[in-house]
Design a binder for this molecule. Sequence first.
Ligand code: AMP
Ligand code: MN
Ligand code: MN
Ligand code: MN
Length: 279
Amino acid sequence: MHKINADLHCHSVVSDGTLTPEALAKRAHSNGVEIWSLTDHDELSGQQRAKVAAEELGMKYIPGVEISVSWCQDTIHIVGLGIDPNNAEILEGLYQTRNGRTNRAKAMSAQLEQVGIKGAYEGALKFVGNPKLISRTHFARFLVESGVCKNTNEVFANYLIEGKPGYVAHEWATLMDAVGWIKRAGGVAVIAHPGRYRFTPREMTALFDQFKDLGGEGIEVVTGSHRPAEYQIFAKVALEYGFMASRGSDFHDPKESYVDLGQLPDLPSQLRPVWSVFQ
Ligand code: AMP
Ligand code: MN
Ligand code: MN
Ligand code: MN
């Protein structure tokens, strides 16, 4: 049986990716993607462009977003799929979530200055497509460009993370708000890249329980952020909790990203693909 090539997680210049929505659509299509979603961080302004470009190429488009959430003193990401991009409540919620990124970026820059790295805020801004969405990724690109680190992996091992220079904790959306906004905008909430979180097993269980209680319905199983062993771990979680499974590259940039659009392995069998809801 033909398995559908779905890629339901990636980023454009509207957040911290380096390609336009149109260029991403083209790239996804040439890589064989049949169902596609652009999931910029905390921002929906690329959705119309992505939809038009995808449909011109004959791909099915699912409106998407990746919401930053503060949970258990850490940051997690919740993807929303199939949302109405004109829904007033999610638009306002995302606006509030984005708010504060500029002040955070200035505080990050001040910290970097204390370890001898000057002009990081202005440097990061040069990489930003949408100034309201300045993120750690843009700082990482500046730190590579200025020769402080060889690549962005090296940046995220030595800077911008908790306990290292340039990390500023931030209050994002609550899990309840993020899942609620997505559901009330007609979408399906999906836990993004669960393998990336550094929680204890007990905390992970609490996350899945709370997410399910709030009406969350999906989990990323096959993502560019997971190693193959993690596909199996989160396939089990999906079955146990009755979550639908998602697949997405989390593509940001041709050079930076581990996995290109549409190039991941298929979902493990037995799982219910989240895109079955939209077919
Ligand atoms: P922010 O929303 O400003 O906290 O930035 C988060 C973004 O930084 C993520 O969406 C990723 O694109 C990037 N990022 C975070 N951790 C890593 C990592 N370990 N390696 C590569 N990129 C990362
Ligand atoms: Mn990102
Ligand atoms: Mn993420
Ligand atoms: Mn992402």
